[in-house]
Unconditional design. Structure first.
Length: 114
């Protein structure tokens, strides 16, 4: 039953753009919220004001953006001490932890799987 319901919702929601649904739903007495992609979310100024999105300089001085500490505690405020790892930086370590050997990991690299 659930897959049919989800399928029906998909059919209906495809009939209008997100902006059109916002206009329709805000006129009704219903709770709703649009779903935004990451690129859209990162543009919201309040996320920077609340330090939910922060800028870091990595070891080479290159500026990067990261998620901040989501919970704000007055007596024990959280802090980000290290910049986030680079894209793919931990891939080899994770594959080792998952049990892949060096030969298998090399094959992944050489065949552009990773």
């Amino acid at each position: 039953m659930r897959p049919q319901i989800i399928g029906r919702f998909r059919e209906v929601f495809k009939q209008k753009t997100q902006a059109q649904w916002n206009e329709t739903l805000k006129k009704l007495d219903v709770c709703y919220s649009p779903v935004h992609g990451l690129k859209e979310v990162l543009k919201y100024s309040f996320l920077r004001e609340r330090e939910m999105i922060v800028d870091f300089s990595d070891g080479d001085g290159k500026k990067t953006t990261a998620f901040g500490v989501p919970v704000k505690l007055s007596k024990t405020p959280g802090a980000l001490r290290l910049p986030p790892v680079g894209f793919g930086e931990s891939t080899t370590d994770v594959l080792r932890e998952l049990g892949y050997n060096e030969n298998e990991i090399h094959k992944f690299h050489s065949s552009d799987v990773i």
